[in-house]
Write a protein that binds this ligand. Structure first.
Ligand code: SAH
Length: 222
């Protein structure tokens, strides 16, 4: 049963406008747009920021982290080329919003978050909305080998280099979407596994993410 905040007309209208805005910015995957039109983004952020939930901007979620800008979520999800039934791994659960979008698109979703507090909160929100997702508290730069291989892996934090372990956890034809760069900006990169040992690498726009911190990521602590 949908809860009252989910059916709230005010938020529904704002979500519609956000989707039209994303369309004008070049998002054309209808499954992505439909998921954004459905997932209640305001539920994933602090109530004090609820009124800004459907602006196209990143917002703080605690621990110095952010819920990604809707355009960024849409662009990364579009590059992932998600098909219903695909097994998708997300690195950096954060608020849980991106995981919900993937789930809404019919994917079988796995997600890893390094901050215990964020992991617990996201798990609770996703459960309360009825999204069935497997989440783990840990270092996502190593992937999640127990459930590999994946049809898609999306990294939602900025990596210094492409984590090789993630490439190894891709299925043939699997896609890895990862922003790679320094602290200032990262180049959106897509690796597609062509065969057992052949890969294609493509580059897209620059973005600005919080850092991917871990064994195969940045080494410092905040
Ligand atoms: N996808 C999230 C975006 C959150 S920001 C959302 O929709 O809200 C990126 C997240 O990546 C942060 O929560 C940060 O703690 C997490 N992160 C950074 N390095 C990580 C790592 N090595 N493993 C797992 N999570 C990591």
């Amino acid at each position: 049963m949908a809860n009252s905040s989910r059916t709230n007309r005010k938020f529904t209208n704002r979500r519609n406008r956000l989707v039209e805005n994303l369309r004008t910015k070049g998002i054309h995957d209808e499954a992505v747009l439909s998921a954004i039109n459905t997932v209640p983004r305001h539920v994933f952020i602090d109530t004090a920021l609820e009124h800004r939930a459907y602006e196209d901007s990143a917002l703080p979620i605690g621990k110095g982290q952010t819920i990604s800008q809707p355009y960024t979520v849409a662009a990364q999800t579009q590059l992932l080329k998600v098909n219903p039934g695909d097994k998708i791994l997300e690195i950096g659960t954060g608020s849980g919003y991106q995981a919900a979008i993937l789930c809404e698109m019919g994917a079988d979703v796995y997600s890893v978050e390094r901050h215990e507090e964020l992991y617990l909160k996201a798990r609770e929100i996703l459960q309360s909305l009825g999204y069935r997702i497997r989440i783990k508290w840990g270092d996502g730069t190593l992937g999640w080998s127990a459930y590999a291989p994946y049809d898609g892996i999306v990294v939602t934090a900025g990596a210094p280099v492409i984590p090789q372990e993630l490439i190894r956890q891709l299925n043939i034809e699997g896609r890895l979407v990862v922003p790679v760069g320094d602290n200032e900006k990262q180049l959106m990169t897509r690796i597609t596994r062509i065969s057992e040992d052949a890969y294609e690498e493509e580059h897209f726009n620059h973005f600005k993410f919080v850092p991917l911190i871990g064994e195969k990521g940045w080494k410092y602590e905040e």
